[in-house]
Design a protein around this ligand. Structure first.
Ligand code: PLP
Length: 423
């Protein structure tokens, strides 16, 4: 009898989708449904999601509050696409963003809608900083990730991603991020290069940073380091840009990741979870005096994703008081405790716990181990990715709305996966 070979569930993707596909290689199954922190594949297998669309699903999959507003809006034939014309949905978002986020934090920013992706927000921030200052260079940091278009790649550290540009990446300098040189205050390098006329480093338009480096290894800058970088920027009249695309929207416990550091960036980039429902949306915030754009000088067809404005507006309801923030911080502490236990229980992994809030990870001191841990986790129904220049960090990015039960089950699967990997 001829045994028919079972077709791989990934066959269509392998045949038709470009080799550039990536996450479907780490999670080789076909997903059909999702709710909150759970995903299901075609066979009905359940997965706990500790990846949350790389931080685009902070409020969980198909969040019921957001879904209700979205469905209601669609059923009323609300405007879906509007270029950057004025719409009800955009007005409601701007108003609520000002009332719930900016005003209570004493922040004054103008809001720009670039194209709907993170790299769009970064490109617009770079353009603006260059236009405002008339300078061309931008300083970024080791292991930074700012996106995949040319401008963003030029300030991204990862060699593999940079090589993809195919052209020289110019007009940027890299400085050591916090802790890049163990035990040293790396802001002293930054300052020395700026003050010394012989350093070869021109006065830049801007310094851009992530407070917690999402792709570059969950490196969390200390608040003191962030403050010092801000002071240096002020002293040299350099604009400070915070790329809060992954660490923002509550990921580290406060709406903006820089709040507890007490810094006030000149420009802030948000995307990923700003739309709230996984719908594409990005904004670039700038201090009002920096808003020197000519009308249409930065443009884009998909700046008016009104479906995202509707869910973004509802998502901001989570920030009307402090309780959501406290909840995230408590969950973050629970994760830290569990990760520290894992690192202690399995000294063979030479692990180090990194990150803040619901953006944490275990950096493994053994080559290839983090990848194996994530693979083992997937086999046990937990979705996690790696981070860092050598994929050395097993990274946890659960939806912020995950409940205690989901969090504990996910952490237990992670522990089992580490145990199985080192066995
Ligand atoms: C994801 C990310 C980007 C790029 O966003 P895209 O939507 O993928 O273009 C930029 N900066 C940071 C910190 C990110 O995490």
């Amino acid at each position: 009898m001829q045994v028919e070979e079972a077709a791989s569930p990934m066959q269509i993707f392998e045949n038709l989708e470009s080799e550039v596909r990536s996450y479907c290689r780490s999670f080789p199954t076909v997903f059909t449904r999702a709710k909150g922190y759970k995903l299901w594949n075609r066979d009905g297998d359940e997965y706990i999601d500790f990846f949350a669309g790389a931080g685009a699903l902070n409020y969980g999959h198909n969040n019921p509050r957001l879904k209700e507003k979205l469905v209601e809006y669609i059923m009323e034939d609300g405007i879906a696409h509007s270029l950057d014309m004025a719409t009800n949905a955009k007005e409601a978002f701007l108003k609520k963003f000002d009332e719930v986020i900016l005003k209570p934090r004493n922040l004054e920013y103008k809001v720009m809608f670039p194209g709907p992706t993170g790299t769009n927000a970064v490109e617009s921030a770079l353009k603006l900083a260059r236009k405002v200052t008339g300078r061309d260079k931008v300083i970024s940091f080791t292991n930074a990730f700012h996106g995949m278009t040319i401008g963003s790649l030029s300030i991204t550290g990862n060699a593999f991603k940079r090589k993809g540009a195919g052209i020289p990446l110019n007009n940027s300098y890299f400085m050591p991020f916090d802790n890049y040189v163990k035990g040293e205050d790396t802001t002293r390098y930054l300052e020395r290069f700026l003050e010394d006329n012989g350093s070869g480093v021109d006065l830049p338009a801007a310094v851009i940073l992530e407070t917690v480096q999402g792709e570059g290894g969950i490196n969390a800058a200390s608040f003191e380091w962030l403050k010092k970088v801000e002071q240096i920027c002020r002293r040299y009249n350099i604009l400070l840009i915070v790329d809060d695309i992954q660490a923002g929207c509550g990921r580290t416990g406060t709406f903006f990741s820089f709040e507890p550091a007490g810094i006030e960036p000149d420009i802030v980039c948000l995307s990923k979870s700003i739309g709230g429902y996984g719908l594409p949306m990005a904004i670039t915030l700038m201090k009002p005096e920096l808003d020197v754009w000519e009308p249409g000088e930065h443009n884009g067809t998909f700046r008016g994703n009104n479906l995202a404005f509707v869910t973004a507006t509802e998502a901001l309801s989570y920030w009307e008081n402090d309780s959501f923030s406290h909840e995230i911080q408590q969950k973050g502490e629970k994760i830290t405790r569990h990760l520290k236990q894992i690192v202690e229980e399995f000294p063979q992994i030479k692990g180090e716990v990194r990150g803040r809030g619901l953006m944490q990870g275990i950096a493994c001191g053994v080559d290839g181990l983090a990848d194996k841990i994530c693979e083992a986790a997937f086999q046990r129904g937990l979705i996690m990715e790696t981070s860092g220049p050598d994929s050395e960090v097993a990274k946890l990015l659960p939806p912020l709305v995950i409940d205690e039960d989901g969090l504990e089950r996910g952490l237990e699967i992670l522990r089992e996966s580490v145990a199985a990997t080192v066995k």
